[in-house]
Design a protein around this ligand. Sequence first.
Ligand code: GLU
Ligand code: ZN
Length: 284
Amino acid sequence: MTFRTRFAPSPTGPLHLGHAYSALLAHDMAVAAGGLLFLRIDDIDQSRSRATWEAQILDDLRWLGLTWPEPVWRQSHRVPRYREALEILWDQGLLYSCTCSRADIRAAASAPQEGAPLHGPDGIVYPGTCRPLSTPKGPLPDTALRLDISKALARLTDPFLFNETGAGPAGETGHILPQEMVTHVGDVALARPGMGASYHLSIVVDDAEQDITHVIRGQDLFAATQIHVLLQRLLNLPTPIYHHHRLIRDEAGKRLAKRDDARSLATYRDAGKTPSDIRAMVWL
Ligand code: GLU
Ligand code: ZN
């Protein structure tokens, strides 16, 4: 089995030190294993993606010394593949249309009897407003499609776990607790109006189709992995090995975010730093 991993940035802002660490670690692990590092552009959210960010990301990664096989996949070009996966799930009776706005969800989740809304890896845990009592006939046009998580989990037969070679933020391994998924993840949106597919669905389809054997990414995505493994089971796709790595933080211990322009790679480049300086800064 050839080691195949990927770096999958979203072109919604500049790369910062945290991205550099993730990309360099994936590169180093691929080189050590005699494998390949693919670059994939996670531009499924077209409302936030910008061509200028994508161009700068490619430029920054080349400057860091990375190379990758061409062509680079772009999620925005792969929507028909995601729709096929959604159809499979729909035909299994696992999806339903949701017409709630974000405000509706917030209001329903904070109703007095509900207490404070619970946040999971997909935002506020969906309060189930649109979940139908029986299987719906067909999706409503241009609505979100949600996965009925209890129904989906009931379909699983094999033990529910994945191979984690890193760790979650609290040292977690790849054991998934289905009951906790019901309460702490809820009915995730797999498609959103105007967006074709959600992040969760698109990366699962892409990882499988690109024969990715190792997913190397930050611990901030650890909690989303249970959703990805569930989708792999439902779609009959292989589960790669996961390696969630530490996050790069600022002096105050806060995780770097896209808006931390001060720590963007471009800023360090302009200040005369070299790629080996960047490696030293992230302790690689
Ligand atoms: N595009 C995602 C991000 O930048 C990464 C997705 C992944 O590695 O699975 O956070
Ligand atoms: Zn709804």
